[in-house]
Ligand binder design. Structure first.
Ligand code: MSP
Length: 542
């Protein structure tokens, strides 16, 4: 039985560039949550998509001699294919140029219009088309030619002159309600540093927000003034609603079961939109904001934010080719603490791969499966409780770790501390490798050939118990690693003649000690993670 719904989103990505490691990072994190919470018994909603409207897209399409719609359509496979390659299990992919998104946007803003939160006025000020963001003059920087440039992307900004009438949302009225909301919902903005930034920003006062444009038409027309299209952010944020069935007659009732959702996962550069504008829109509509906006850090190469426009972005395709999907996912979830910035280097990736995946996890599976083949003909041995049970049962360090593991792992995963969750599982894998060394099955196997009956019987019983414990630990580790490294976990379960980890819907029960069926065939197979040599990588690390 389902424990209820567990719903979250990635940003709705701009279509101007194919996914790179930065955008894939959020998506992999969300997928790790999706896979875990499904195994934990929840009915998962995982929304991602493409942010297609606005001036930037209209300009890019024109430059390519295409209509904006044609240009966006041509970009969809780049996203869908990359997410498929990375084994991303989203439940909805929302395109903001879709008809259902138009319905959402029109319904929502019409509601706010009717509630009196919108008025027509003229905006005079600065706008960065690349960032699709308004800036106060005091926030701008100047370039060598003395032009005002965007503080984020450093491109020249445009002056939006009066004369263009816009619709404004009364954001300024929400300063106090937002501060009250942050106060009463301490988990709304995480991590803490981002929360402090946002509170300080809002305490500084809020200006009303221009939410429409009339100088171009690539956007959703506002139903109460068709000459205006919604500002990209006033459109894209609402894709989170479209993805859970808002204003969708075919998905009646779903929105109510999923809203307010658990998480919006976003990069720290867009927390302001998600922690100020978005909750103010929701409060105006009489809806509660999501439980948590989690603003993660940036992936950096050589100390700089990795981005397509800086030309320092690696492609997910390259990473998969060199490391394989599972190691790629595992590395970003374990080595870069979610919430902090993380520097990426090939050396470090290879080091983590070799230490944690090749030498610890892969090697454990390889050693134990080979020994099972050698000593038991590849069959999971029965443990004789009378002979081996006493001493072996009392001193089973693997079981001791397993008994406390679910609570720790679940706490970490629920707080999206992937590094902590992986560390907890790695402790078990390391303990299992140590257990092999300490119990020395090869010595026990020799004892099985002893001339002395009692010695022979005892060695045999111990060997069965040791091998059972190791195989059982492997079964459990594979389950806990499945949200991060789904392919290899599925492969380990297959080699143990078990079902598929993705079919598990109660991971707490499934990881309780002692469930590996005696008599199952164990297939040795190829090493899961062949060691890598950084000097021989087929990848340009720039
Ligand atoms: N379209 C908006 C989001 C609208 S959500 C309603 C947008 N799109 S984006 O394509 O620019 O996606 C940006 C997301 O990718 C942000 O969360 C951003 O922080 C993240 N990243 C882009 N480069 C990144 C790194 N180098 N490292 C980590 N994440 C980065 O903004």
């Amino acid at each position: 039985m389902s424990k209820g719904t567990y719903t979250f989103t990635t940003p709705i990505y701009y279509v101007n560039a194919a996914p790179h490691l930065g955008t894939a990072y959020t998506t992999i994190a969300a997928d790790t949550v999706a896979r875990y919470q499904r195994m934990n018994g929840y009915d998962v909603g995982f929304v991602t998509g493409m942010d297609e409207h606005g001036q930037k897209v209209a300009d890019t399409a024109a430059g390519k001699g295409m209509t904006p719609q044609e240009w966006c359509d041509s970009m969809e496979p780049a996203f869908r294919d990359t997410w498929d390659l990375l084994n991303i299990t989203y439940t909805d992919f929302v395109r903001t140029s879709s008809e259902r998104q138009t319905r959402t946007v029109q319904k929502f803003w019409n509601d706010l219009y009717e509630k009196g939160y919108l008025y027509k006025g003229s905006y005079e000020g600065w706008y960065c088309v690349h960032e699709e963001t308004y800036y106060a003059e005091s926030d701008l920087e100047k370039n060598e030619d003395g032009e005002f440039v965007c503080p984020d992307c450093k491109r020249p900004v445009q002056l939006m002159a009066s004369g263009e009438e816009n619709w404004f949302f009364k954001l300024s009225e929400f300063q106090q309600p937002l501060l009250d909301f942050y106060e009463s919902h301490p988990d709304f903005i995480r991590p803490e540093t981002r929360r402090n930034e946002i509170v300080t920003f809002v305490e500084g006062g809020l200006k009303d927000l221009s939410i429409s444009r009339s100088t171009f038409d690539w956007g959703v027309p506002l139903p109460f003034d068709e000459g205006h299209v919604a500002y990209v952010w006033a459109d894209a944020l609402l894709a989170y609603f479209t993805g859970i069935g808002y204003a969708d007659p075919e998905r009646e009732g779903e929105f109510e079961t999923r809203w307010p959702m658990q998480y919006h996962f976003v990069g720290k550069d867009i927390t302001r939109f998600h922690c100020v504008i978005w909750p103010a829109m929701l409060l105006a509509a009489g809806l509660e904001p999501a439980h948590t906006v989690f603003g993660h850090g940036f992936l950096l190469t050589k100390g700089e934010k990795m981005s397509k426009s800086k030309g320092n972005a690696l492609s997910p395709q390259d990473m998969v080719r060199v490391f394989g999907v599972d190691a790629y996912r595992y590395y970003f979830m374990s080595d870069v603490q979610f919430g902090h910035d993380g520097s990426i280097s090939m050396e470090r990736m290879v080091q983590v791969y070799n230490n944690e995946l090749a030498n610890t996890w892969g090697n454990l599976v390889n050693r134990v499966f080979n020994m099972t083949k050698k000593y038991f003909g590849g069959i999971v041995p029965a443990v004789n409780p009378d002979l081996a049970g006493g001493p072996m049962k009392e001193s089973n360090p693997l079981r001791d770790i397993v008994d406390g593991l679910y609570a720790e792992y679940d706490r970490c995963m629920s707080e999206v501390d992937f590094t902590g969750a992986v560390a907890a599982v790695q402790k078990l894998a390391q303990a299992a490798n140590l257990y092999v060394d300490e119990m020395a099955p090869w010595a026990l196997a020799k004892g099985c050939k002893s001339e002395v009956d009692a010695e022979r019987v005892e060695a045999g019983a111990k060997l069965s118990a040791v091998m059972f414990n190791l195989l059982e630990a492997i079964r459990i580790i594979a389950l806990y690693l499945a949200p991060l490294a789904p392919n290899t976990s599925a492969e380990v379960w297959r080699r143990l003649e078990l079902g598929a980890p993705v079919d598990v819907t109660d991971i707490e029960a499934a990881t309780a000690w002692g469930q590996l069926p005696v008599g199952n065939h164990v297939e040795v197979g190829d090493p899961l993670f062949p060691r890598l040599d950084v000097d021989e990588l087929d990848l340009d690390a720039e």
